[in-house]
Each structure stands twice: as structure tokens, then as C-alpha cells.
Design a protein around this ligand. Structure first.
Ligand code: AQP
Length: 332
């Protein structure tokens, strides 16, 4: 079985619809066909200022949401990044292989640093993509299911893996980004020219899966569209409607073409009302399942402990190999 690896940050508490449709939904499907490793990336979460109590709670919350979304610990390896120290260890080695200019070209860093004020951005935020490189290479992953915003980081992973292999001998598998075109980028409901994002979206434009279902319905109904009246998929001229069609199509499994036929001659309000109902039907059981996992932290923690043990077995082997290649004297 080919291997996949992916991670999600525990920063915001609730996952948003972009995280779910762009990434987590694929994770659930891939556990059936791949040897899948999924993690809550708490090391990444401290690249911006965090509250320790919240981070701990949000890490459990992220794991609970992943299980509620359909990850099955019998079918995949689910763990917390900081439980596997090899991530930070390999990241150091990869840091030393990365050019300063190369790291400076990462657009996510530029965006996030600009939002924080360049002087306040941490060195950790700067090297975040290199930690991600280590995350992926440790598991010798073939594919990395992510949203479009992560493509550049996967390219960096391939570059650094090739560089390491070229300099020290074949060690790492070169991974590929696994990006589903349809849901690669879910847009902000209030400004469909930007991606839905926890740090950049307005509260009204961001669908949090753990919001009150009533709030979710309201956000869908007040999504920004355009002044035309035809329900048609056209990202250029109708980004708002196209975004709603994408969400509808993915959640219901109806093709966009069928949706266009179904809504022929109907008003935008009809699409929004239907989608609000679909969203409510989706988030209501999701919230309940998440709560059930949170109500039983012992079970949750033991799932994560087993996951970390499985992950470490793989990560430790890769790290030992990489350390040896680099020329570190083995500890006796
Ligand atoms: N709008 C989106 N459409 C599709 N996929 C998305 N992802 C994020 N936003 C969208 C994907 O979600 C996965 C988890 O990402 P993360 O935990 O790194 O979160 P993030 O990218 O930090 O999420 P945000 O909301 O975009 O955070 P900020 O605002 O901090 O940048 C990834 O696979 C990502 O591609």
C-alpha cells in the first residue's frame, strides 16, 4: 500500500469548512486505500503565540474532530506531533540543508508574517515549512493530501529530499501533493476572492464546523454572491455562487452539472436555503460525535498513545538512517 501523511493544526479550536473539504475529507477516504499517517501538528501551532491551556485543550479537540469526521484508529495511524520527538530532530538536519533565500520565498510565511508585523514573526514561523518537510520525509510518504495553499511546501519537500539523497545517498522517498481539484480551495463566504482561513477570514465568511448549526445556516444564507440571477459554475465571473456549488456538490455527491440543471430558473435564495439545510445536517451529528470523544478523554488519550507508538516505530528508523548518512557518530 502506498503511504500518505498529513497534518492539521490545533490552533483554532474548531476546524473550518476549508480544512474539512480541502483536507480531512480526503484523509477519511485514503485510509481505505493507503497506509495512512495523520497527525495533529502541535509543534506547528506554537509558531504563533499560544496559550498553553488552550493548546492542550485544542489538541484533544482536534483529535476528537478527526475521529468524528471518520478517521478510524484501526485503519490509520492518528497521533500528536510532539509525541514523536523525531520530527524536531529531523527538522534540524533539514534546516541545515535549506538556503536562507529558498526559505524566504515561501509565500505562506510572507502572508502570515505580514499579518503579524514582520518584526513580531518568530524564527519558528520562518522555518515552519522545513518542519513540515521533516514531517513528511520521516514517514517516507508517497502522497500528501492537502489544500492548494500547501503546494509550495510539498515542492520544497521534494527539493530537499532530492538534495539530501544527492549529497548523502538515497534515503528519502520523494512525495507528491495529493490535491483534489474541486475542493482544493474553499473560499471565504463574504469575500470569495480569498481562501477561507481561520486567521484571515471575517467571522461571517468562515464556517466553523463546531459553530451552533443555526449560526452556520445564517452564514450560508448571507453568503456574498453577485448581481446576476443565473445559478451557474463560473469561478471568474461568479466566484460566490461557484463556491456554494462546490460545497453543495461535495457534501451531497451531486455533480455540478446536475446542480446547474436542478437550479435552472431558480433564485439564488433557493440554493442558499438548500445548502444551509445540507450544512446543518452535516454539522449536527459531527458536533455530537466530537462531544462524545471529548467526554471520554481517557479513551481519546489512549488512541493517541497507540498512534504515537506506531508512528515512532517508523520515524525512529528513518531518523537513524538519516543521522547515519549525515555522519553523526552513533550513541553507544
Ligand atoms: N480554504 C481552504 N480550502 C481548501 N483547503 C484548505 N486548507 C486550509 N484552508 C483551506 C487545508 O486544511 C489543511 C489543514 O491546514 P492547517 O491546519 O495548516 O491550517 P491552515 O492552513 O493554517 O488553515 P488556515 O485556516 O488557512 O490557517 P491560517 O489562516 O493560519 O493560514 C491543509 O491541508 C490546508 O491545505
Amino acid at each position: 500500500r502506498p503511504r500518505v501523511l498529513s497534518g492539521i493544526q490545533p490552533t483554532a479550536g474548531s476546524f473550518h469548512l476549508g480544512n474539512y473539504l480541502g483536507a480531512v475529507r480526503q484523509w477519511v477516504a485514503l485510509q481505505e486505500t493507503h497506509d495512512a499517517f495523520y497527525m495533529v501538528v502541535d509543534l506547528h501551532a506554537i509558531t504563533v503565540p499560544q496559550d498553553p491551556k488552550e493548546l492542550r485543550a485544542n489538541t484533544r479537540l482536534a483529535a476528537a474532530q478527526l475521529l468524528a469526521a471518520g478517521l478510524d484508529p484501526e485503519r490509520c495511524t492518528l497521533f500528536v506531533q510532539s509525541h514523536v520527538p523525531e520530527h524536531a530532530q529531523l527538522a534540524w538536519v533539514m534546516n541545515c540543508l535549506t538556503g536562507f533565500g529558498e526559505a524566504s520565498r515561501m509565500t505562506q510565511f510572507k502572508d502570515k508574517a505580514a499579518r503579524q508585523g514582520a518584526d513580531r514573526a518568530s524564527v519558528g514561523l520562518f522555518t515552519y515549512p522545513i518542519l513540515q518537510v521533516a514531517d513528511i520525509l520521516l514517514y517516507q510518504a508517497h502522497e500528501v493530501p492537502v489544500g492548494e495553499d500547501q503546494r509550495q511546501h510539498i515542492e520544497l519537500t521534494r527539493d530537499l529530499a532530492e538534495r539530501f539523497n544527492g549529497r548523502f545517498g538515497e534515503t528519502f522517498t520523494l512525495p507528491k501533493a495529493y490535491i483534489l481539484k474541486e475542493t482544493a480551495k474553499i473560499y471565504d463566504l463574504q469575500d470569495p476572492s480569498v481562501k477561507m482561513s481561520k486567521s484571515a477570514s471575517t467571522p461571517k465568511g468562515l464556517i466553523n464546523l463546531l459553530d451552533e448549526p443555526k449560526t452556520t445556516a445564517k452564514k450560508v444564507k448571507s453568503a456574498v454572491t453577485d448581481t446576476d440571477t443565473v445559478i451557474r459554475y463560473d469561478v471568474e465571473n461568479k466566484p460566490g455562487i461557484s463556491n456554494l456549488l462546490t460545497i453543495h456538490s461535495t457534501l451531497t455527491g451531486t455533480s455540478i452539472a446536475d446542480l446547474e440543471r436542478q437550479y435552472e430558473g431558480k433564485m439564488y435564495g433557493a440554493l442558499k436555503t438548500d445548502l444551509a439545510e445540507i450544512m446543518v445536517d452535516f454539522v449536527t451529528p459531527f458536533r455530537e460525535r466530537t462531544q462524545q470523544y471529548l467526554d471520554d478523554p481517557e479513551t481519546l488519550d489512549s488512541i493517541l498513545a497507540k498512534g504515537a507508538e506506531k508512528a515512532r516505530a517508523v520515524a525512529a528508523e528513518t531518523l537513524a538512517h538519516a543521522y547515519d548518512r549525515v555522519g553523526f557518530l552513533p550513541a553507544k
